[in-house]
Design a binder for this molecule. Structure first.
Ligand SMILES: NC(=O)c1ccc[n+]([C@@H]2O[C@H](COP(=O)([O-])OP(=O)(O)OC[C@H]3O[C@@H](n4cnc5c(N)ncnc54)[C@H](OP(=O)(O)O)[C@@H]3O)[C@@H](O)[C@H]2O)c1
Length: 322
């Protein structure tokens, strides 16, 4: 089968599109023929050896897929050949077929686009887990989302609104700000004088919850813009700079800095993860969340697509098609 192959940890232009052995089907795995493959920022870090996890090389990257069940292991109970499904693979999804443990596979409701299903996994899954379990956000609270036209950012805007928050969306360009506004944000702004913007928009009170996939200087501004009992969610460092945190600020302002790691969450708390996916699917069916698909590309172009994501050139969710 055709796949994207990382022969070694290397720059994105070294990713190869070529032949790779079809995955072996084990007792509890489901072999899925891909219809849509989700592109995630961490995929671009993983293939360069810049991510927390370092799989043995060579490997096929890619963590999420939607498609048709091609074959099932002897002990698979919930799925049969021909079922339409989405799945979380961790790695191996940038390929025509991927084998996934049955526990990581969910059935797709009829009519749901494969690209939407992929978006609901890592990007919406991260924002949902962050706001629901980690921040325990309440209706009426003020949520600030950085990188608000990005994959996790748009999801945080939509989920924040669904959970009853007032959402301040921060994005770098007028185009990205308008995407965040279309996603339901109450206010949009750029990064210039972020501290002043948040002070003005909250009447000096600060934000109750901050969602930060960017890090760097923007994180520093957030550390000085939190309300009493606030929760500053550490999602990622798309700016390339992992910030340092002066802990006295948490003491003086009475707020928490809360780490979020969705991949680990799905492994540590599979039952809660399953409940979260069920809720996201329900919200999707009710039209409360609607992934924004920024583009669909050929699987062979994965390297260029990942470069676009890491270079700040994407909005919403990007999808690969085999
Ligand atoms: N903790 C978790 O479980 C988890 C899960 C998924 C992703 N992540 C991490 O979260 C981060 C964002 O993921 P994502 O899916 O939202 O990615 P994305 O779609 O690429 O969005 C990231 C946003 O960050 C902003 N940004 C600011 N400075 C940037 C820079 N120098 N280069 C690129 N982007 C920059 C961009 O918005 P503006 O141009 O508007 O600033 C961009 O839209 C990544 O670091 C990723 O690894 C963490």
């Amino acid at each position: 089968m055709k796949a994207i192959i990382a022969r070694e940890f290397a720059p994105l232009d070294k990713l190869e599109y070529g032949e790779w052995p079809e995955p072996e089907v084990k007792d509890h795995t489901v072999l899925i023929a891909a219809e849509a493959i989700g592109v995630n920022y961490p995929d671009g870090l993983l293939v360069q050896g810049l991510y927390q996890m370092k799989p043995p090389t060579p490997f096929v990257p890619g963590m999420e897929v939607a498609g048709i069940v091609h074959e099932t292991g002897a002990k698979v109970k919930r799925f049969k050949v021909g079922d339409r499904v989405a799945a979380l693979a961790m790695i191996g999804a940038y390929a025509e077929k991927v084998a996934v443990p049955e526990s990581n596979v969910i059935p797709l409701p009829g009519g749901m686009a494969g690209s939407d299903a992929c978006a609901l996994m890592c990007t919406f899954g991260t924002a949902h887990h962050a706001l629901k379990q980690r921040a325990q956000i309440k209706p009426g609270e003020v949520l600030c989302v950085l990188g608000a036209a990005g994959g996790t950012g748009i999801a945080a805007v939509q989920i924040g609104k669904t959970m009853g928050a007032t959402v301040i969306a921060i994005a770098s360009t007028p185009e990205k700000q308008s995407i965040a506004m279309d996603a339901g944000a109450d206010h949009v702004a750029g990064y210039d004088d972020l501290r002043g913007t948040l002070k003005e928009l909250t009447g000096g009170k600060g934000v109750d919850v901050a969602f930060d996939p960017v890090g760097g200087d923007a994180f520093d501004a957030l550390t000085r813009s939190m309300a009493w009992n606030g929760r500053l969610l550490v999602i990622g460092f798309a700016s390339g700079k992992i910030p340092q945190f002066p802990v006295n600020l948490a003491l003086v302002k009475g707020y928490s800095v809360v780490g979020v790691f969705w991949g680990s969450f799905t492994a540590h708390e599979p039952a809660v993860f399953a409940d979260n996916m069920k809720e996201l699917m329900e919200w999707y069916a009710m039209g409360k969340v609607k992934p924004v698909i920024g583009g669909e590309y050929q699987l062979a172009d994965a390297g260029k697509v990942l470069a676009q994501v890491l270079d700040r050139g994407a909005h919403g969710k990007l999808i690969l098609k085999p």
